[in-house]
Design a protein around this ligand. Structure first.
Ligand SMILES: C=C(O[C@@H]1C=C(C(=O)O)C=C[C@H]1O)C(=O)O
Length: 437
């Protein structure tokens, strides 16, 4: 039986910082902060964890796991305040060796303590299968967290290895396929950047840098044992509140500029660029096609807008709808992932090419990451601009949509920009990076 209770909290900035630093010492810690800052969930420790067995059945598996937890809950009063947090894997793990370890097939936690922050409340929710240790959740929470001394400032020296030239050749191959295969419209190809430090990265510093340098994007964090996954993505996959659904088609990329006029001109050029408009329209149409059987009142603006994050700007079409009575959040995620923003079009042709041409298994990169409450509401973001950190190693991922008109060298530049959000976190900690090609 699951016992739950909720307490309103109003912590100072220093307390938040202290609790997060201590939370990072636990086996499990997770963060979901929405890009619009309307919702945030923090998971400390785990009452239960779940790892799907395969990517194709993962959505149903997690839905079934959550349904079991709902039945175990002693009270229905807190269903809006309890949530599972975690991420799916992009595809089923297919390689013998990969960097992802326990996270390879995706990973979800039911936290022992949840902090829920919305525009109207901030609350600590305690959850246990035993009896509560005391009659005060705040006391229990303080006792549950490890006592850690102040986080040390780390220096160190970074080395990075990437395979830009090899990847550019793979892009060239994809372009040739796109030009000769009339059924294939788009393939999203990703590359990786391996960064090695001379000493272990500090998770606390990485998270601080995430909040300082990456604003107006989602902050996604999942720490399991000595692995830390971080994403600063601008891209929503889907949010569901009651029967209201919101999703977005995000594709097509231009750089940002510090100068406002230059930045505006870059955005305007992107809005009028034929190649990028095609790339994004493919995503809009495919999302529409996949949602149609699941929703009513589908609203799709005719023209895209710009979605700006620190390093890049994208074409962006916000999409809303009403879920049909029998459809839930998991069914929508299963239908949408991967959209042609991360897979390609059609998926059946693009996904095998991705598997064949990419050197690293994607793991949580590009996959749905989010939370689902015990009431069935929730949100998943697309976990791009992300990396996996383990001790002295960081593995960064960046992809780009390739269409017949793509120029491989430009895609290399675009993915270099998309590494920047995570590179900044690493650099903030140790200073400059040296590049070993
Ligand atoms: C795949 C990534 O980004 C995706 C690809 C984009 C593109 O090709 O222009 C734009 C936004 C994202 O949907 C990434 O950042 O790694």
């Amino acid at each position: 039986m699951l016992q739950a209770r909720k307490t309103a909290i109003s912590w100072t900035q220093a307390q938040w910082q202290d609790f997060e630093n201590r939370g990072l010492q636990l086996e499990h810690y997770a963060v979901f902060e929405s890009a619009d800052q309307q919702a945030a969930w923090y998971g400390f420790g785990a009452v239960a964890t779940f790892t799907p067995t395969s990517a194709t059945t993962a959505f149903q598996e997690v839905a079934t796991w959550l349904a079991g937890l709902q039945q175990e809950l002693a009270t229905t009063a807190l269903r809006q305040d309890l949530a599972i947090l975690g991420g799916f894997a992009f595809t089923t793990f297919s390689q013998q060796h990969n960097a992802w370890g326990d996270l390879a097939n995706g990973y979800f936690i039911l936290p022992r303590f949840l902090v829920k922050r919305t525009s109207t409340e901030t609350a600590l929710v305690e959850l246990t299968r035993n009896n509560f240790a005391s009659d005060d959740s705040l006391v229990d929470f303080e006792k549950f967290l490890p006592m850690v001394a102040a986080v040390q400032v780390t220096n160190g020296h970074l080395n990075s290895t990437e395979q830009a030239a090899v990847w550019q050749q793979a892009v060239q191959q994809v372009v040739q396929r796109l030009q000769t295969d009339p059924h294939l419209q788009k393939v999203v190809l990703a590359r990786t950047l391996q960064v090695t430090n001379t000493q272990p990265f500090s998770n606390a510093h990485l998270l601080r840098a995430l909040r300082q340098t990456q604003t107006a994007v989602y902050h996604l964090v999942l720490k399991v044992a000595d692995q830390l996954f971080i994403s600063a993505t601008p891209e929503r996959l889907v949010a569901v509140t009651g029967k209201r659904l919101a999703t977005a088609a995000v594709a097509g990329t231009a750089a940002r500029a510090a100068d406002l006029q230059v930045d505006t001109a870059l955005g305007a050029a992107l809005l009028h660029d034929q190649k990028n408009r095609v790339e994004q329209q493919i995503v809009v149409q495919e999302i529409q096609r996949r949602l149609q059987p699941l929703v009513t009142n589908l609203v799709i603006p005719a023209q895209p807008q710009l979605l700006k994050s620190q390093q890049v700007q994208h074409l962006y079409t916000p999409i809303t709808a009403q879920l049909r009575p029998t459809v839930d959040l998991f069914k929508v995620v299963a239908a949408l992932h991967p959209t042609p923003a991360l897979g390609g079009q059609p998926s059946v042709s693009a996904l095998p090419l991705i598997r064949q041409l990419e050197s690293e298994y994607r793991g949580l990169f590009g996959a749905p990451f989010g939370y689902v409450t015990f009431a069935g509401d929730g949100e998943f973001a697309v976990a791009i601009r992300s990396m996996l950190v383990q001790q002295r190693q960081a593995l960064l991922f960046a992809g780009a949509g390739i269409v017949a008109a793509s120029q491989p060298a430009a895609e290399v530049r675009e993915t270099a920009l998309k590494f920047q959000p995570m590179l900044q976190l690493l650099q903030q900690q140790v200073g400059d990076i040296s590049n070993e090609k």
